[in-house]
Design a protein around this ligand. Sequence first.
Ligand SMILES: [Zn+2]
Ligand SMILES: [Zn+2]
Length: 435
Amino acid sequence: MKKIIQNPRGTKDILPEEQKYWRFLFENVQKSMDVFGAQRIETPIFEFAETYIRTIGKGTDIVDKEMFEVRHLASPAPETLSEEETKTMVLRPEYTAGIARAYIQNGLINLPQPVKLWYFGPAFRYERPQAGRFRIHNQFGLEVIGDNDPLTDASIILLAFQTLRKLGLAEAIKVEINSIGCSTCRTKMKKKIVEYFQDFLEDLCNDCNRRFVENPLRIFDCKEPKCQKIIDSAPQLIDLLCDPCKKHFKEVLENLDALEIPYNLNPRLVRGLDYYTRTVFEVFLEDQEEGNLAILAGGRYDNLIELLGGNSTPAVGWAGGAERILNVIKNKGIVIPEQKLTDICLIHMGDKAKKSALALIAKLSEADFNVTNILGKESLKAQLRSASKMGARICLILGQREFIDKTVIFKDMENSTQETVPQEKLIDFLQKRLK
Ligand SMILES: [Zn+2]
Ligand SMILES: [Zn+2]
């Protein structure tokens, strides 16, 4: 017997029974983004590795360990390749850098600023296999490019709140926030941090020793208990902010207060990607099964566009993890509205009726009715049962007699009444009835 092929580790199928959750999430995200005035953007699933190396930075797990290379399997000899073809391409590990690349390349700077963009789709990271970790995970998020107003930072956090509230997750949300300053404060911070950590190098883990050389700020991201202890007494970054950064952060917090968004100032929060500046934040949900779960994170990235070769352009954004949020929704038992699949179901009895049913469906679809028929079921009872499962409000029954008379039976599924309607008057009839 042939061996059955399995899906790769860290991937999963999202089967039809799961789709109502995904639709629920997508539709609510879309609604929030529409109200905020953000427009959807889709960037390629793969980009040049440079897009991420220059922006997320070497020394991060994403760039050093987690990217998937994309290669043409039948690659010819290297000397026959164009320069572009020799560049490493990777599956996107996140969206922000690719969107910034698209903003520059497509001249979105010429639109009224800020440009508000949102996205929803898969990102790829080579995670160590463990429960709940996937190598393909779906992200949704928002980028507001071309604005450095502290009010924007607060209003995108508000939008995250509103989105989660629409999903039924309002009461369990916590926001942690910090500021990591601009390039000017960063120089001062690095100096202070190096001074502090160099006395502890022997006690820090290997990764932190590497971070100490490459980017000492990243030591704050370490999850090792022995490093955590040392980090606890390290100088606080907000004490090292330059005056403009201090003022900016103060205003972000004042705006959050004014919007009545509860937050925790977390001086240890440093999002380890190179492109972040000033405001950084993470949103946590209290999950019965998993405890405190980071489900959404973001911040300001005033240097990102410049890192990719564009003009200096401030920006701020966040990204949420779809799988994690859906898990919480399921664990909390939040009831998802059932998706209505169709308004009208055409039921046919006998071969002749079956053939003319398709023509009737085509006619009704052209008139913009949401109509379908039941496949693979013969008896009237079985077809009616399927129609009711699909949420049809109306069934049109086309039997042998109706076929000959050129009529259909109109059956109202809500009050179970029925009447016979000539086929030529059907569209008018349905238009009146469905209003
Ligand atoms: Zn600064
Ligand atoms: Zn460490």
